[in-house]
Ligand binder design. Structure first.
Ligand SMILES: NC(=O)C1=CN([C@@H]2O[C@H](COP(=O)(O)OP(=O)(O)OC[C@H]3O[C@@H](n4cnc5c(N)ncnc54)[C@H](O)[C@@H]3O)[C@@H](O)[C@H]2O)[C@@H](O)CC1
Ligand SMILES: [K+]
Length: 478
């Protein structure tokens, strides 16, 4: 089962892996034609009713695979308004080769005769709202025929995710959908087949540009703002919390607060004027600081980063435990704070970011190659009840049910501090995405940032160099 957002991401990932959309369209159209062959005999009359998006493009391709049928293609609207290059190219290919392909410029001219089969290629996953004319009239005309109706991907007017129709919708007898079932198709009274269109499994397995670009939809948390990040770290170390907080800003957070012992507040503020330092008394985090921190984080709905530079003093780990017991928001847990997570009952949604050694100390698999241990890491995350982003050359990201691999990055990233920038990026992502998605995208961004610097910095990369490259890794390419 695949949602339309995820499908769009996978499709873009496939393109990045060298399987362009136009190739997928060729496979989709071919699959539609094969289904036509199953349903009606050669010589039968087939009307392809096509919209101006890629769903229509699939229909244009299908026509080329049906030369032993009596095929007419009806484009709803003017060819000049075809929305994508690949659909337009396939339309023009029909014209140049003298297929019977017509523009329907006015819904009153809609006449596709009395075909044996109608291919509904009007609207697919790109539909927004109820079908407008000419599609609306065409949907009604298709429903009024006696022809067998084969819908491409999803019956036009039906929402692929919910199965609902806001206005008119095609009553399809058959649906050929691509790559994987769409959740909305189960609700329909139609026979559904799934066609393999050659999307490599790697497009789903590996985090890619599609994951980054996918709509950031999270009805529970996204309130239209990019979020405040609250880093609880520092004491024995000062660089780590500052890097995490700055990375969060570079990845789009509106504000970055750093709660640190007053002993290190001044140096941390000195690193960057963009950070808002909130000092508490003493030299390290202790249980007496926790209530105030929980209150701040809760009242502002901050995404918390817990751990960078905290150290391992007993009272600090007790404070981490106490924090997690009473906090019920979202947090990235990193570094020294990780060892507490398996012991604690918390209502918070956590993204845990252990390296190989921290993962083993948490009770996860002790493996030299994390990717090979992905199954065990998934089982560990299921047990833990939190998202695990296990960092290595190839990161393993899992919520206990789904697992993805992130291959982005460079050898130069073994330098200290890249884990801190990762935690900050993850927090910024967590403000607008659900935890698993945020955990997939964060190492991709951090790794891409390093890749952008590979030529100029090589093995001399510093974690602080990544800060500048993070915005380009997110928004700058394409
Ligand atoms: N995502 C993928 O991986 C693949 C997608 N393919 C096809 O591409 C389709 C999605 O293509 P698109 O994103 O171009 O979208 P669609 O072709 O589903 O629809 C977009 C077009 O319809 C118009 N439109 C939107 N809402 C409308 C409404 N309410 N009334 C009238 N017109 C409306 C838009 O202006 C646009 O021109 C899929 O359903 C599938 O058929 C396949 O080619 C293969 C791979
Ligand atoms: K359709």
């Amino acid at each position: 089962m695949i949602s339309s957002d995820r499908m769009a991401a996978v499709d873009e990932n496939a393109e990045a892996l060298g399987v362009p959309r136009k190739q997928l369209m060729e496979s989709s159209g071919n699959a539609v034609a094969r289904r036509v062959r199953d349903l009606v005999d050669p010589g039968a009359s087939v009307a392809v009713v096509a919209g101006r998006g890629n769903n229509g493009g699939d229909g244009f391709v299908a026509a080329r695979f049906l030369d032993d049928y009596d095929v007419t293609v009806h484009l709803l609207g003017r060819a000049g308004t075809i929305a994508t290059d690949i659909a337009r190219e396939n339309w023009e290919a029909l014209l140049r080769s003298e297929y019977d392909a017509r523009e329907v410029r006015d819904s009153r001219d809609l006449d596709f005769g009395t075909p044996d089969l109608v291919v509904d290629a009007m609207l697919g996953t790109g539909v927004a709202g109820e079908p407008r004319d000419p599609e609306r009239s065409a949907v009604e005309a298709v429903n009024a025929t006696d022809a067998v109706v084969l819908a491409v991907d999803v019956p036009s007017g039906v929402d692929a995710d919910t199965g609902e129709a806001v206005g008119v919708a095609v009553e399809a007898d058959h649906v050929v959908t691509f790559h994987d079932r769409k959740p909305g198709l189960d609700a329909l009274d139609a026979d559904v087949t799934v066609a393999d269109i050659g999307i490599p499994p790697a497009a789903e397995r590996f985090v890619g540009p599609g994951d980054l670009r996918a709509p950031r939809r999270d009805p529970d948390s996204a309130k239209g703002d990019a979020g405040r990040v609250f880093v609880i770290g520092g004491g024995p170390y000062t660089g780590a919390p500052a890097l995490a907080a700055q990375a969060a800003l570079r990845a789009g957070a509106d504000l970055s607060f750093v709660a640190v012992p007053e002993s290190v507040g001044t140096p941390i503020q000195g690193y960057a004027e963009d950070l808002i330092v909130q000092p508490y008394e003493g030299e390290r985090l202790a249980p007496e600081h926790v209530d105030g921190l929980v209150e701040t984080a809760t009242s502002y709905e901050d995404v918390v980063v817990l751990g960078p530079g905290l150290g391992t003093a007993d009272e600090t780990l007790a404070a981490v435990e106490r924090f997690l017991e009473s906090f019920d928001g979202r947090a990235v847990v990193d570094a020294d704070a990780l060892s507490v997570v398996p012991e604690v009952e918390t209502d918070a949604a956590l993204v845990c970011t252990p390296n190989r050694h921290e993962l083993a100390e948490m009770g996860g698999p002790d493996a030299a190659d994390l990717r090979e241990a992905a199954g065990e890491i998934e089982a560990f995350a299921a047990d833990l009840g939190h998202v695990v982003l296990a960092k290595s050359r190839e990161d393993v990201v899992t919520d206990g049910e789904r697992t993805r691999i992130c291959r982005a990055g460079t050898p130069g990233m073994t330098v200290g501090g890249t884990g801190d920038t990762l935690a900050g990026v993850a927090a910024a992502m967590l403000a607008t995405r659900e935890p698993f998605d945020a955990a997939c995208v964060a190492p991709y961004v951090n790794g891409r940032a390093a890749e952008l610097l590979a030529e100029s910095r090589g093995d001399g990369l510093l974690a602080s160099d990544l800060l500048d490259a993070i915005p380009t890794a997110i928004w700058g390419e394409r």
